[in-house]
Design a protein around this ligand. Structure first.
Ligand code: HSE
Length: 322
């Protein structure tokens, strides 16, 4: 059924989880909301702090993504109302651009009666973002293991263990994915490739079977984190020592600069771990804020039955973190 106006709620995501470079993603319970409707003249309304600097004209990413969906479906809706609110920090490695892509695709698809399946949306999202880890997690929720061969993306979703909680330390500075990919080597040794295949495979098996005890040994990487460490002072120490402070494992979240620790929710060391992350970054004069997060399990949701006469922000006020 086509709609006049739709709203979607889309989760943030973390990519890589250490060794699963461009392959492993997890959805997190920080969200962006997008409202989309067919209009007489395009109007883009941005609510909240995180939207600063986002374009409010037809070069807006959500607008562009929506037009791609309409073109593929053979329909024309050049004028749109788009409202956006996001709690997902921008350019910090928490999948804000993937959430905009997935949210835009899901909203546009719902607006025209959902001609595309989730798998088709995943193909479109991956072709736009190029890495399936963030978009897969935002779309399907939970843990997503995926690859993209340049034409098709494949994925398997894993239900995260009930015991798994996530602590992120979000530095004050921004780091573009382009810059964080620019420091990676063009070639790698067979030894490092084998190291990552082994660690990533065991990490996925540990996550599938809920074997959290294996995570501290498996969550190690030789492909990207060693090269990115220079961009995030304190990161080396955090990755090396977080398990001594109660983390199951620590990793750079996506392309950074956010650092992430997987934690057993029953751990008695949570406060100490949080202090360790902030103090280690503080010693490098890096201001950061921490957030305790849960895996999001549902992925992008098309919201139904909302009050169309209220603004997006009025409607979600009770749910946002601001
Ligand atoms: N897997 C990507 C990277 C995440 O680490 O560069 C950004 O899409």
């Amino acid at each position: 059924m086509a709609h006049n106006k739709v709203r979607v709620k889309v989760p943030a995501s973390t990519a890589n989880l250490g060794p699963g470079f461009d392959t492993l993603g997890m959805a997190l319970d920080v969200y962006a909301w997008i409202e989309m409707g067919i209009a007489e003249e395009t109007r883009i309304e941005l609510f909240g702090e995180q939207m600063k600097g986002i374009r409010a004209d037809k070069s807006n990413l959500v607008y562009e993504v929506a037009q791609m969906v309409f073109a593929k479906a053979g329909v024309s809706h050049p004028e749109l109302y788009i409202g956006m609110y996001s709690d997902i920090p921008l350019t910090r490695g928490m999948g804000s651009s993937a959430s905009a892509i997935v949210g835009g695709l899901a909203a546009a698809n719902a607006l025209i009666g959902s001609p595309f399946s989730r798998d088709e949306l995943f193909q479109m999202a991956t072709a736009l973002e190029k890495h399936p880890d963030n978009v897969g997690a935002s779309l399907f929720g939970g843990l997503v293991v995926a690859f993209w061969d340049g034409e098709r993306a494949e994925h398997i979703r894993i239900e995260p263990s009930e015991r798994l909680e996530v602590l992120v330390a979000i530095p004050e500075f921004q780091l573009s994915t382009e810059k964080a990919r620019g420091v990676l080597p063009r070639q790698l040794s067979m030894k490092d490739a084998v190291f990552n295949v082994g660690h990533s495979s065991v990490l996925v098996a540990a996550l599938c079977t809920g074997n959290l005890e294996m995570i501290p040994r498996a969550m190690k990487d030789a492909l990207h984190q060693p090269y990115r460490a220079a961009l995030i002072p304190g990161m080396d120490t955090i990755l090396r020592e977080a398990t001594q402070h109660g983390a199951l494992g620590a990793a750079l979240s996506g392309a950074g600069p956010t650092l992430l620790a997987l934690v057993d929710r029953e751990s008695p060391e949570k406060a100490g771990l949080e202090r360790f992350l902030l103090e280690t970054l503080g010693k490098e004069n890096i201001g950061a804020r921490t957030m305790w997060l849960q895996p999001d399990r549902g992925g992008v949701q098309v919201l139904t039955g909302f009050d169309e006469s209220s603004t997006l922000f009025e409607n979600i006020k009770g749910e946002v973190r601001a």
